[in-house]
Design a protein around this ligand. Sequence first.
Ligand code: EPS
Length: 403
Amino acid sequence: MTLLDFRTAGESHGKGLTIILQGLPAGLPLTAEDIAADLARRQLGYGRSKRQQIEQDQAEITAGVRHGLTLGSPIALFVRNRVWEEWQEVMRIEPGDGGGKKVTRLRPGHADQAGAMKYGFDDARNVLERASARETAARVAAGAICRRLLAEFGIEVHSHTVAIGEVCLPSAVGEPDWHAVEQSPVRCADAQISKRMVAAVDAAREAGDTLGGVFEVRATGAPIGLVSHVHWDKKLDGQLAQAIMSIHSIKGVEIGGGFVVAAGPGSQAHDVILAPEHWSDRAWQRASNRAGGLEGGITNGEPLIVRGAAKPISTLSNPLPSVDLGTGEEIRAHYERSDVCVVPAAGVVGEAMVCFVLARALLEKFGGDSLAETKRNHASYTKTIGPRGGPAVRLEEEETTEA
Ligand code: EPS
């Protein structure tokens, strides 16, 4: 079986987004509805542009599934861009000049300038179409399939907004009410803070400005022992950091207590290991979870906690000073309809990336060409989790002897 992997293709105003996800076992129940809910959640969030009223993202499954079950072959998806209807000339695939209009007013903070130099373009549209966060719809579609797999193993992944601009939740907030998160326009369960976040987005819009912030992703149910401490590029915290950092606008990633823990002494940085009589619903529980569920780059059974810090998006309706790509003149940057704040949506994208990394880690550990095989491997490993020589291991030994 290939290691789980996905690729996306598609421009923001092109015909649509194509996704290929490979490496899933056969026999996983999957329908387009499993993907629809996450695609819809990504489109919500106070501060998005009018583009979200045009699009109604839906993923068509075009390969890899038969009679509602995965086949073990690559899964292909297509998400249509509704805007394509009006952009056919500008984005035409056949030879042409797109109506002669080029984007040359480089936006500081976007990929316009570096991308144009790198690829030798005289039209920044050739860069911005792919650098656009539209691509995150494709990631969410792939992530939703990974979420479907994780659900088979009792793993749940949620996210919430912890800061928009200067409005933030107190740091030791704990697990939020996920239902309240989904009801909030900014995906923040605290009603008062949610209102202040909405007001901050309104003020930024008024000022022709944009706002960034921080989202947090939490995953529960991951077994102890995913991935490994032995190779620098395999550690799960490193993989999560890369996956979150790869999301558009993200400039910082934190795991567990992150920067706050770095500022305190060791006695307040680590998570005391509780004795078995204090375990409630799982083995090896801790008194706290400052490590964010990861020690040595391996899952330790506590919830995974990872945060992403998003810079304010770079397309400003009151544009910054810049330079024209063609003439070198000082001008104001390009402005096209854009979002004011994407932090609530970025949290949903963060979930998708965490779902993907966790699903890959799960399949790496348990393998399996069919879901039934993966489940058998998972179940037999789970029985070994406990103090060495303790009840869980004895149980496994008895079973082996009987067999
Ligand atoms: C984006 C600009 C806007 C966003 C877009 C990302 O698109 P448009 O210029 O068509 O209004 O809405 O995000 C999406 C389309 C999306 O689905 O998230 C950009 O410049 O990155």
